[in-house]
Design a protein around this ligand. Structure first.
Ligand code: CA
Length: 98
């Protein structure tokens, strides 16, 4: 009984300020890791990674892999698109068979 009340009060305390503020940003370390890699491989400093530039990170990357993360299909990855890719690569699969 007490637990439920406490949980409800805690939830209220957390949700009230959250509504007034912008959503919490992802951990800075993770973001800067992707951004650092992005900057390092953006050889021509165009602000986007081409397939060729991405292949300097991993030569096994194919056009298909690239296209999967090139969400606006402009043949280059923005920091946002690249970050999603890094996130997908660094996040272990939720479930593994066996
Ligand atoms: Ca793109």
């Amino acid at each position: 009984m007490m637990k439920t009340l406490l949980a409800a009060a805690t939830l209220a305390a957390f949700s009230a300020p959250a509504l007034a503020q912008t959503p919490t940003a992802p951990p800075a370390t993770e973001k800067s890791m992707a951004e650092q890699a992005f900057a390092k491989h953006d050889a021509d400093k165009s602000g986007a990674l081409s397939l060729t530039e991405v292949q300097t990170i991993d030569a096994k990357i194919t056009q298909t892999d690239f296209d999967a993360y090139d969400s606006d299909k402009n043949k280059s990855l923005t920091v946002a698109e690249f970050s999603k890719w890094v996130e997908a690569k660094t996040t272990p699969p939720a479930s593994k068979p066996g």
